[in-house]
Design a binder for this molecule. Structure first.
Ligand SMILES: Cc1cc2nc3c(=O)[nH]c(=O)nc-3n(C[C@H](O)[C@H](O)[C@H](O)COP(=O)(O)O)c2cc1C
Length: 248
């Protein structure tokens, strides 16, 4: 291993140099889609498994798919509340060894440091003005960031915006890297991304339970999007986004 001089410069170098890759050739390819599967033994040597169990969770896992067409329908505030809570909400209180009070959340987090902040661009939510909000975890509330901000304004920063233009919510999972990296150094960057995956999957399954479609989005221009959310370059940034709304 090449020792890193500090906890963040290595991952920051990668993070800032991994804006969407303009690989037009790969996007234009309509044939040759192939998924590889690993087989470590000849098929006859494998032990067949019984059918997966049926449960409400199994149904939601089956129902999730990438929805790229949404209907311009209103959504109840309660539904948005459930989505936000599923992504990053408080679940349980407990006491650390020293008796200190701490709160668990809907997702696991390395060291319980919770680097993620959720921003929500919303439209047609009953009882909530359209615009960009920050989800305040501690009081389970929406803090206005840009009242009246429209999905259109994110057209140049979110590359696939036409897919989600009628979605009710575009949830941005932003990370404050130092929260995790001050303890775990360069490896903490991995933890941050893994945690975003946990949050996004919770979002997708919560969306499915509410009869909503969802789309996970990794294609966005970091610099531009982070600036729109007011995130400080190099310190915090969107690491994942999920659109949710009524499937068309
Ligand atoms: C990390 C990640 C990033 C993705 N980014 C995009 C994206 O920017 N735009 C998009 O249309 N789909 C995106 N997807 C969705 C994938 O294309 C989709 O999950 C895949 O084709 C499998 O289909 P399914 O989700 O319907 O099962 C992303 C998925 C993942 C896991």
């Amino acid at each position: 291993m090449i020792p890193a001089k500090d906890s963040t410069s290595l991952s920051l170098l990668f993070h800032l140099n991994s804006e969407p890759w303009r690989n037009a050739e790969a996007y234009q390819q309509t044939t040759g889609y192939k998924v590889d599967y690993l087989s470590v033994r000849e098929p006859g040597a494998a032990v067949s498994l019984p059918r997966p169990g049926e449960s409400p969770l199994a149904r939601l896992i089956r129902e999730r798919y990438s929805c790229r067409k949404f209907l311009p329908r209103p959504m109840r505030l309660e539904t948005l509340s459930t989505l936000l809570w599923a992504a990053n909400g408080l679940t349980r209180e407990s006491h650390l060894n020293g008796g200190e009070l701490c709160f668990s959340r809907s997702i696991p987090s390395a060291g319980g440091l919770y680097p993620l902040e959720v921003f929500a661009l919303v439209q047609r939510i009953e009882g909530l003005c359209d615009g960009l909000y920050h989800y305040a975890v501690w009081n389970h509330a929406m803090e206005p960031v840009h009242a009246g901000a429209s999905f259109r304004e994110f057209e140049s920063s979110v590359l696939m915006l036409p897919f989600v233009e009628h979605a009710n919510a575009l949830l941005f999972l932003a990370a404050v890297f130092a929260r995790t990296q001050k303890k775990y150094g360069p490896r903490g960057y991995r933890y941050v991304l893994l945690e975003a995956g946990h949050a996004a999957q919770n979002l997708c399954l919560a969306a499915a339970e509410s009869g909503l479609g969802s789309l996970c989005i990794g294609g966005y221009l970091d610099g531009e999007l982070n600036a729109m959310l007011g995130l400080e370059e190099g310190k915090a940034g969107v690491v994942y986004a999920v659109g949710a709304g009524y499937p068309g």
